[in-house]
Design a protein around this ligand. Structure first.
Ligand SMILES: Cc1cc2nc3c(=O)[nH]c(=O)nc-3n(C[C@H](O)[C@H](O)[C@H](O)COP(=O)(O)O)c2cc1C
Length: 194
């Protein structure tokens, strides 16, 4: 009888241990705020500075590193004229294969697990230069949370479109359009979602 009691007690203790460990693991995985933040990168492309401001605050909110995706040739205001179907941005956005060159900055992507990736919405989606960035580095196994700024559009199908530029083991998570330049404190709340 005593032996059975010991066995039952043993099983109960082991089960409690397993449940505790699992709960801990779940909390660990929840939220960028629980990470060391050394492994968070905030990468952004910004043609006119709006997304840049959001990215700067997001880097402060996450404690992550900030990285600018720079086109080898900067966009002029003529390039950005969406009323002109022959402008550089119109031509690029109409060409599925367009991959505008980017400068290769000092980026060691292997140092990061979580990447916040920001850009302006162009023609309802991400500028092609964002695809260039995703195809230039190896994002296997990494978590990429996208955010954007826009005149009024949402992210639409952007996450799915960007998935085509990363390996299958990379996870692209739809963040939000962050218009109105949210302050750092608001962004600290926002990142808890991921
Ligand atoms: C070529 C081009 C296309 C755009 N297309 C859209 C669009 O489809 N929907 C939208 O709401 N805003 C659109 N915009 C507005 C930008 O998304 C918005 O101004 C953004 O905040 C600019 O960010 P940036 O300053 O970081 O470049 C477009 C802007 C440009 C230059």
């Amino acid at each position: 009888m005593k032996k059975i009691l010991f066995i039952v007690l043993g099983i109960l203790i082991v089960s409690a241990g397993v449940v505790f460990a699992l709960q801990n693991k779940q909390t660990e995985n929840k939220g960028v705020t629980n990470m060391t933040n050394k492994n968070v990168l905030v990468a952004y492309f910004s043609a006119t500075g709006t997304t840049k401001r959001v990215a700067q605050n997001l880097a402060k909110a996450t404690g992550g590193d900030l990285y600018e995706i720079k086109p080898a040739k900067a966009y002029t205001s003529d390039d950005l004229n969406w009323h002109d179907e022959n402008s550089r941005s119109s031509v690029e956005m109409n060409d599925q294969k367009s991959r505008p060159e980017i400068t290769t900055g000092d980026l060691s992507i292997e140092n990061y697990d979580t990447i916040f990736l920001g850009f302006p919405i162009w023609w309802g989606t991400a500028p092609k230069v964002v695809h260039t960035f995703l195809e230039k580095y190896d994002f296997s196994g990494k978590k990429i949370i996208i955010f954007a700024t826009s005149g009024s559009s949402g992210l639409g199908n952007t996450a799915n479109t960007l998935k085509q530029s990363v390996s299958e083991t990379a996870t692209i998570i739809e963040g939000d359009v962050l218009n109105s330049n949210p302050p750092v404190e608001d962004l600290k709340q926002w990142i808890k979602k991921f």
